[in-house]
Design a protein around this ligand. Structure first.
Ligand SMILES: [Zn+2]
Ligand SMILES: [Zn+2]
Ligand SMILES: [Zn+2]
Length: 109
């Protein structure tokens, strides 16, 4: 991971969880070749286990010099009737969210 190419490293994004995509506002530019706002299209790696938990990970790389700006991990799991989402990325920040899978959420009355 690299702290030089982003404005705020691992910014707290609250409940925002991006499965894919780039938080361009936080991208300062490539420290290696000073290219700004251009990242190569990432190849997502998707892993799923038998419990239905899913993890998607990819790298944000500079489109010019292939410098790795940040690693992006998004995970999804179902736990106790709740869908849990989380995102971890030096560029996009960190976030987590959970939603009830039931139509009536007991925590919302
Ligand atoms: Zn960098
Ligand atoms: Zn670069
Ligand atoms: Zn990211």
């Amino acid at each position: 991971m690299c702290r030089e190419c982003v404005h705020e490293f691992c910014k707290d994004r609250g409940t925002t969880c991006l499965e894919t995509g780039v938080y361009y506002i936080n991208l300062k530019g490539c420290v290696e070749c000073s290219t700004r706002g251009e990242l190569a299209k990432a190849e997502c790696k998707r892993e799923e286990d038998e419990d239905g938990a899913e993890e998607i990970s990819f790298e944000h790389r500079c489109s010019k010099c292939d410098h790795v700006v940040a690693k992006h991990t998004y995970s999804f799991s179902v736990d106790d009737g709740y869908q849990e989402y989380s995102m971890q990325c030096g560029l996009c920040g960190t976030g987590s969210d959970s939603r009830s899978v039931l139509p009536d959420d007991p925590h919302r009355g």
